[in-house]
Design a protein around this ligand. Structure first.
Ligand code: SAM
Length: 287
């Protein structure tokens, strides 16, 4: 990865964080494990996987979820795509270290046509795409997903709502993030009070043509003393540092205010009475 590639990707990509940043990759590794743990497994909704052979994970990051799926379901063949060359190199290395021959990773921009033939996949998966997809980008991507899903195959999307907490600083930062997402057309929330994707998933999947749509919600409790407190604190310390340029550029705050809230958030997260939960919604449907 050279610097020219990094800056070129950052300029053309709409992701709210620099996708070639090593700290972001480390954060995604932490976040992946904590989400899978909180959700109670790789497919907690217990969808029928007997017919599932070919699986695509869109914007897979460093590939943690897909690699785990490939280990647990060796009869499957997986492809992970992401805009980040750094993350695809890391995921490829991880697959080699684990001697997994049923998976490969490719750099691909999910806001463009997907470079796969029609009806390639039995299952198309995507988790936390809000950070780079615009509201117009969702229908276009889902049309592409429909095209590459085989008849009888499925789509499965998981998106979050964050920031339910008794920390005023974390509450303020999450609110700023929601506003910045809305201002930059990443959020369906009319006033930018939430991240806004979760209520839309069913309609978006339905409009793409999928049927028999179902959903399941999950909670991550990262309150003081909870099992996932430590790993989500790690996640929050990195993410709200890396998000500062996005919040400032969106005109939501100043660097000084973002930094002051960040310092206050660190203090709040260590309080013995700190409470915080996040929600994730998984929605799936069939072609
Ligand atoms: C919040 S992370 C989610 C990673 C992974 N799905 C997970 O849940 O662990 C968002 C990912 O989207 C990737 N990304 C950003 N813009 C993208 C684009 N235009 N096409 C494909 N991937 C993109 C980033 O590099 C990052 O890995």
């Amino acid at each position: 990865m050279n610097e020219n590639t990094t800056s070129a990707n950052q300029q053309t990509n709409s992701y709210v964080i620099d996708a070639e940043n090593a700290a972001e990759m480390a954060r995604l590794n932490v976040q992946d494990k904590l989400i899978t743990r909180a959700m109670g497994g790789l497919f907690p909704e217990q969808i029928n996987l007997t017919e599932t052979r070919r699986l695509l994970d869109i914007a897979c990051g460093p590939g943690g979820w897909l690699l785990e799926v490939m280990k647990q379901y060796p009869h499957m063949q997986g492809v992970g795509i992401d805009i980040s060359q750094l993350m695809m190199e890391y995921a490829t290395g991880a697959a080699q270290r684990e001697k997994l021959q049923n998976v490969y990773f490719r750099v691909m921009d999910a806001t463009q046509s997907l470079d796969f033939p029609d009806q390639t996949f039995d299952l198309v998966n995507g988790r936390i795409l809000t950070g780079f997809l615009s509201t117009n980008g969702w229908p276009s991507l889902l049309q592409e997903c429909w095209r590459i899903t085989r008849p009888g195959g499925s789509i499965r999307l998981t998106e979050p709502e964050y920031g339910f907490t008794n920390s005023a600083a974390l509450d303020a930062l999450t609110g700023m993030m929601a506003q910045a997402l809305q201002r930059t057309n990443h959020s369906f929330s009319p006033h930018g009070r939430t991240f806004g994707t979760t209520p839309m998933l069913r309609l978006l999947i339905q409009q793409a043509g999928y049927q028999e749509i179902q959903h399941k919600a999950h909670v991550i409790d990262y309150s003081a003393g909870a099992e996932l407190h430590k790993s989500n604190v790690q996640n929050l310390l990195i993410v709200y540092k890396l998000l500062q340029p996005f919040l400032v550029k969106a005109g939501i705050t100043t660097t000084e205010e973002a930094e002051r809230l960040y310092e206050q958030m660190i203090e709040d997260l260590q309080r013995p009475d700190f409470c915080g939960i996040d929600f994730y919604l998984t929605v799936w449907g069939h072609k």
